[in-house]
Design a protein around this ligand. Structure first.
Ligand code: CMP
Length: 137
C-alpha cells in the first residue's frame, strides 16, 4: 500500500467539483485516508511549492493557491501515486488524456482543479506538510 497527497484546488472548490473528484477516486478503488478543508496563506503556499520557487509561474500559482479554500486529502492504494496521476491527467489540460479530471474540468494550466504528489519522496513531504499522524487513518 502506498500513500499520496491530493489537493482539490480553489477553482475546484469554487466550481463545486469536490464531490465529483472524490467520486472518481473512490470509483477507481482509491481510499481516502485523511481529508480536510484548509485556506493557505501566501507564505504557506510558497512553502508547499518551494520546489518551483525559481519558475516563472511561482508567484502566480502561490497567489492562486492562497485565493480560497482547498480540500487536502491523503489517498491510499496500490501504486496510488501513479494511479492518481493517471486519473488527474497531465498538468496542461490540453495535453491530458480523455476522461481525466483535468481534461474534463481544468480551464487553464494553472487552474487545473487538482494536485498530486509526483514521487514517494514528494508524497512524504507533502503529506507531512498538511497532516499529523492523528489525522490519517
Ligand atoms: P501542480 O501539479 O499543482 O504543480 C505546480 C502547479 O503550478 C501546477 O499544478 C499548476 O497549477 C501551476 N502552473 C502554472 N503554470 C505552470 C506551468 N507552465 N507548468 C507547470 N505548472 C504550472
Amino acid at each position: 500500500m502506498e500513500r499520496t497527497l491530493a489537493i482539490i484546488k480553489p477553482d475546484g472548490v469554487v466550481r463545486k467539483l469536490v464531490g465529483t473528484v472524490i467520486q472518481r477516486l473512490e470509483q477507481e478503488g482509491i481510499r481516502v485516508a485523511g481529508m480536510k478543508m484548509i485556506r493557505l496563506t501566501k507564505v504557506q503556499a510558497k512553502g508547499f511549492y518551494k520546489v518551483h520557487q525559481d519558475k516563472p509561474f511561482f508567484d502566480s500559482v502561490t497567489d492562486f493557491m492562497s485565493s480560497g479554500p482547498c480540500v487536502v486529502m491523503v489517498l491510499e492504494g496500490e501504486d496510488v501515486i501513479a494511479h492518481y496521476r493517471k486519473i488527474m491527467g497531465a498538468t496542461d489540460f490540453k495535453k491530458a488524456a480523455e476522461g481525466t479530471i483535468r481534461r474534463d474540468f481544468a480551464t487553464d494550466i494553472e487552474k487545473n482543479v487538482v494536485h498530486g504528489s509526483d514521487s514517494p519522496e514528494t508524497a512524504a513531504f507533502e503529506i507531512g506538510y498538511f497532516f499529523s499522524a492523528m489525522e490519517v487513518g
